[in-house]
Each structure stands twice: as C-alpha cells, then as structure tokens.
Design a protein. Sequence first.
Lengths: 291, 174
Amino acid sequence: MSYSIGTTYEGKNFTYLKEIIPFVRHIEVSPDSIAHKKNGIISVNETAIKQLEWIDNATGISILLHGVGLSIGSYDGYSKDYIKLLDELFGKLNNIRWHSEHLAYTMVNGENLGTMLTLPKTDEVLDMICTRVDTIQKKYKKLFLLENVISMLPSSACKYSDAAFLNKITSLTGCGLILDVYNLECDAANFNLNINTFLEELNLNTVYEMHLAGGATDTELNFKMDIHSQLLADSTIELAQTIIDRHPINLTAITFEMLEEFVGHHGSVAIINELNKLSEIFNYELTAFAD
Amino acid sequence: MNLQHLQTDLCALIKSRPAINTDDEYISHINSSKHLVLVKKIALWWRKIQIENSCRLTAALLKSKNEFEITLSDFLKDAKYSAFREEVYIQFLQYIISTNSDALLFCVAEFELSLIQLKLNQHVQKFIIWNYEPYQIINDLLKNIFTEDTLIHGKYLVEISTNNKELFTVKNLN
C-alpha cells in the first residue's frame, strides 16, 4: 500500500507553496483561512483562488478542503457562510479530492467560541449530525469526511463511546473519517483515552485520511494542546504506523499539519524534511491517487 | 440537558457570563474546573497569534502598555467576532476604535485599519489628526522599541487615501 503525503497551505505565501509542491501529492486548504468579506459578502480572496487554480491546472496535485468554521455540531444550525465558500471552491476547482470538517462546534447563537468543542455522544446529536452530513453529501456529491477533535472539557452524559459514535455516523451516512493521530495522543494524555481500545472499536475501514501534527503542553494546567506548532514527535509517527499496521483499506492520504504562523519559525527546509521523512516511512508512490 | 441548553450555557461560561442552568451538575462542574480556564486561554492564544501578525502596530502599542492580553480578552468577551480569521483582526481594530478613549491608541488603530483596507483594494479616504509626530511612533512600533517617553508633541495630519501614490502622507500642522 502506498500513501499520498501532503501538508497544509493557508494561501498567504506562494513562494512557500512552490517550494513544497515537489514534495507532496496533495495540499490541504482550509476555506476559512482564505476567505474575506467584500461588501458584506463572504468569498474566497482572489489571490488564493489564483493559487489554488495554479495547483489545479499546473501541478497535478490534489486539493483537500478541510474546514474549520462549518460548525456542524451547533444546535442552531451550521454556517451558511462556510457553505458559500464551498460552493465557490467546488465551482472553480476541478481537482478537489474530498472535503472535510471537524466533528465539533465553534459557534453558538451566532457567537464564536474561539475554539472547537466536542459534542455529547447522544442520540439527539447523532440524528442532527447525520441529517446534516446527508444534506452536505447530496449537495456536493463528493466524499465528505469528519475528523476527531480533542476534548477540552470533560464529557457530558454520553450514550456512546468515542469510537462507537464515529462508527454510528459513518454507518448511517456513508461518510468517511479523518483520524487525527496527534489528537488521540492529546486525549490519552489529558483524559486517559485508551488508544488501543479506541482503535479496536473503531471501524478503521472508514478512515480515508490521517492527520499528523505536533503541538505543545500547557505546563501551568498540564494539558496537551492541539495547536499544530511543532514538527512531528516520534510517538506520533509510531502511532500512525500502528494504525497503518491494522490495514485500514480506504486510507490513502497522510497530511502533516502545520499552522502557517509557525512555518516561518521552522523554515521550509524543516517542513520539507518532515514530508520526505513521512514519504520514506509510509512508502510514498506517485500512483497513490490514481483513480 | 438538551444540546441547546448545554451549548448555550457553555458559551456563556466561555464568555465569562453566568450560565442559565447553574443547578445542573455538569455545568456547575465545568464552571469551577481548570478546563474552562484552559478553553478561555486557548481561545485567547489563537486570536493572539492571528492579531499579532495582522495588526502589528496596534498590538505593539498595546504590548508597550501591558494592555494587549486584557484588551484582547475583553474583545473576545464583548464582541461577536467572526469565524473567519481574515475578518477577526479587522473587527479587533474596529473594536479598539469604538471603545478606546486613549487618543494615541485610537490614531494608531485607525491608521492601521485604513492601511489594511487600502491593501484589500477598498476605497479609502481617511484624515487622522495625531497629537504626536507619527513617523517616530510607527518606526518604534515596527521595531518593538516604542516608549511614551520619546513621544514628540505637536499636531500632524495623516492622510491615507486611495488617490495618493504613497501609502500615507503626513502634514505638520504646527
């Protein structure tokens, strides 16, 4: 099995994009980070569109859209502005492999929480999420993936385990999953998630993409944070290998996530080294995305 | 507790407002937990790195007064800020302009907002009266060496306009 290796691009540094392109087979783009409002209407900024069109037309690299602001778990509805961005991007780009969002909420009653919170794993939430996933999949007719996010608050009353909840959503809707390996490490450190039990229970055949990242620990509150500011720890790569060893049959993409604000801190050479390391470890082949 | 009540109460706690269902065991537990402190801290951290990079002058001035984090924290509590990062720093500057009585901070925030609007190809025609010599302030803020001790008093008209060739012009009114 071979995997497509990719990384994050947030639309602000075309020189950096051109530097990393030879070392990736896909680029993960967050519609939220390339959006702006003009005359009160949300849209993708023109510079970013041109860069994505360049990826689309000149490189043969796949684009994976990865949302932050859909807020699919808000009780009062998901973001219509985010949907407008998806409409625009699907209308302009040909090479979008799939799109995805975090299984979480960021907005409540029109207010931004400033972070993502996990959802209670109840039947009420299950029904709401599945209905919304169905609507999104019907609208775009592209594979839609949901990602596990880290828990920042202790769980409220739950009927399902983490893995059982994800299994329910994927089996009821046919959507897939992004498994964020670093987030699993965070949950293990912060809330004693038993990763082995989680992986035993999760239907790994619904996983299409893995996210790998490095973060930091808040030493004051002793909390491992999902902030994508660091290069990869050995433990994260080892856990990814453990998951691959379980042969998830639909897994084809591995994305190294790095916040654009920290790219300059590490330098593009360090990012490229990380991508090369992942390629060597996970048997990268150019045919990984052949249809 | 249903999802609406849960999310509404957690939102209130994150914004440092009282929850509605204070008798609920879970909400009460969260309210006194380190995790709520953490959520607020992380929300602040995300906005901080975005705003530091995008509003360099205003952030540097606030930092020189040791007011950056508290102002940002107030903004997060008070303002219905956008989910889109390219909007948040503009909203932050607008918040500073609308809520701050410090004349220099007002001038710097207005100046920076006008430059951002210019960069976004919006039509801009802005005149700002500064009570201090602007070039030194801008220079010192960009180098993170600003101190109020070196301010040069006077009256200066700063113009930021789409019609000008320069980003901005300064006219000494003394």
